[in-house]
Design a protein around this ligand. Structure first.
Ligand SMILES: NC(=O)C1=CN([C@@H]2O[C@H](COP(=O)(O)OP(=O)(O)OC[C@H]3O[C@@H](n4cnc5c(N)ncnc54)[C@H](OP(=O)(O)O)[C@@H]3O)[C@@H](O)[C@H]2O)C=CC1
Ligand SMILES: O=C(O)C(=O)Cc1ccc(O)cc1
Length: 462
């Protein structure tokens, strides 16, 4: 049996959270776990050939960061290069892990320098602009396969969805990318850019809009939610931790996937409309209409679930331990859960079923679905919620700010203003900044919990 060593030069352009995550993960796989990449191949002569894929990892960021990047990676096997030209000239698989906003300009600069026969892709969270840039600027002898890990850099990629988009590639080059990505042990989901953007508008963008709204409404009300008994315990903990997790991340990640994805505007606008419509019924105490609307929406989303459907969350009590608060959560105080009621109303209005998109779920979307499903499938809790929404006047001021902030985010996304988005985002992030380290610890535990019962399904769309 002969052994053949294929050394594949991997190149990552953009050494932020995701670029470093990919470099570190691939470096561990390429140098420590080479057995993962063993492939047997029969030659025409019938000799069994052992093909060993060795990954050699290169990374760069902006030229101004070259020296500091070398320092950061000095104790690793990862090779730091001065810029994207150096990466493009030598690498066989190149991934752009830069801000979505800059993808066109960065690919226009380095793309033409891509090595002949290389496979090039990106990691941005919105795919049509990325694919457009790659098609526009890459030489025709370069293949295009993009990807998108449906989780942040701090999450274990095992069993999480990893979208792969084959734009133009031979079978051999496409297989090469799949072999490289194998070390993540993620669930590969094959989609087109268009499918990806439609699904992520329905899942990520609108989910983020809900949590961003919670954060800005708390700030507008000068509330730290962990100090308020009605915002502690059970599903309230998910709201608080996830909202803070989003605000602790980079604003451009959320701005890019909302503003640069045209479908996302529609979802986010409908979410704001659902929030306002429900609130108008609440303040007029139009119980019959309100109930009918919640029921129709709930039936649409949850009515079709099989009897043996395994709930995403087993119980809201398991969420009690994920609290940022010292307030005991033994007495549940009913809340209107306007954010959750509006989410289901929004899915109904758009006639979409979020369960169809679980194949592309992110941890935050899973948590969001988990608490929504829990509320709508717990008749007593839903009844308490409806009563609170219609008759508990003391929470109206919170809900009023929620309505205002939902509309504000929707208008910002609709206007397409990255600068406006950054200002809105940063103002609220600053308000909560002191608690980010705590909320990230708790959030990581919560994501580990919610990811535990996600099985490797191998679901593939195409
Ligand atoms: N964070 C997340 O949870 C996830 C993010 N993504 C996507 O991945 C991409 C990267 O995100 P993330 O890593 O979090 O963002 P970061 O801001 O952490 O990283 C992006 C990096 O690219 C650098 N960069 C910008 N222009 C160039 C250039 N011309 N040459 C080389 N480097 C450049 C940036 O520098 P500078 O800061 O100076 O601009 C920055 O260091 C985004 O498109 C995001 O949407 C995908 C999945 C999850
Ligand atoms: O889970 C989420 O929704 C996150 O916020 C993390 C995230 C952000 C951007 C992505 O493209 C993918 C995942």
């Amino acid at each position: 049996m002969a052994t053949q060593k294929d050394t594949i030069e991997i190149g990552i352009i953009g050494a932020g959270g995701m670029g470093r995550f990919y470099a570190n993960k691939l470096s561990q796989a390429g140098w420590k776990k080479q057995d993962r990449h063993l492939k047997y191949r029969m030659t025409t002569k019938g000799i069994l050939l052992l093909l060993l894929l060795l990954l050699f990892i290169n990374i760069c960021d902006l030229p101004s960061k070259y020296e500091s990047l070398k320092e950061d990676f000095k104790d690793t096997k990862i090779n730091v290069l001065p810029d994207g030209f150096h990466v493009s000239r030598r690498c066989d698989w190149i991934m752009y892990a830069v801000e979505a906003e800059y993808i066109d300009s960065v690919v226009s600069t380095y793309g033409p320098a891509s090595k002949i026969g290389a496979v090039v892709g990106g990691q941005t969270s919105v795919k049509q602009p990325e694919i457009d840039a790659l098609v526009k600027y890459l030489p025709s002898d370069v293949h295009i396969v993009s990807c998108h890990s449906m989780h942040g850099p701090g999450v274990d990629p095992k069993n999480q969805p990893l979208v792969v988009i084959r734009q133009r590639a031979t079978d051999e080059k496409y297989q090469l990318v799949l072999n490289i990505l194998e070390c993540f042990e993620s669930n590969i989901v094959h989609l087109s850019a268009e499918e990806h953007d439609r699904i992520t508008a329905d899942t990520q963008a609108v989910t983020h809009a809900a949590f961003l709204t919670m954060g800005s409404a708390w700030r507008a009300n000068h509330q730290f939610p962990w100090l308020l008994p009605r915002l502690v315990g059970g599903i309230e903990n998910v709201k608080v931790n996830v909202a803070l997790r989003i605000y602790s991340n980079k604003w451009h990640v959320y701005a890019g996937l909302a503003i640069m994805n045209p479908t996302a505007k529609i979802q986010i606008a409908q979410y704001a409309k659902s929030v306002a419509d429900l609130f108008k019924l609440m303040i007029q105490e139009k119980e019959t209409e309100f109930r009918a609307r919640i029921k129709a929406a709930g039936d649409h989303v949850f009515g079709g679930l099989q009897k043996d459907h395994v709930p995403i969350l087993l119980s809201d009590q398991i969420l009690d331990e994920f609290s940022l608060s010292n307030i005991p959560s033994d007495v549940r105080i009913p809340n209107s859960h306007l954010s959750l009621l509006a989410m289901v109303d929004c899915w109904y209005a758009l006639k979409l079923n979020p369960y169809d998109h679980m194949v592309c779920q992110t941890p935050l979307f899973r948590l969001w679905m988990g608490i929504t499903e829990y509320l709508f499938r717990s008749p007593m809790m839903l009844e308490d919620t409806i009563q609170a929404a219609l008759y508990r006047k003391e929470i109206r001021s919170d809900d009023m700010e929620f309505v205002t902030c939902a509309r504000g985010w929707a208008e910002c996304v609709d206007l397409g203003s990255m600068e406006g988005y950054q200002k809105r985002f940063t103002a609220t992030a600053d308000f909560f900044r002191d608690r980010f380290s705590d909320s990230n610890i708790v959030g990581n535990k919560m994501i580990a919990m919610i990811s535990k019962n996600m099985h490797k399904t191998g679901e593939e769309k195409k």
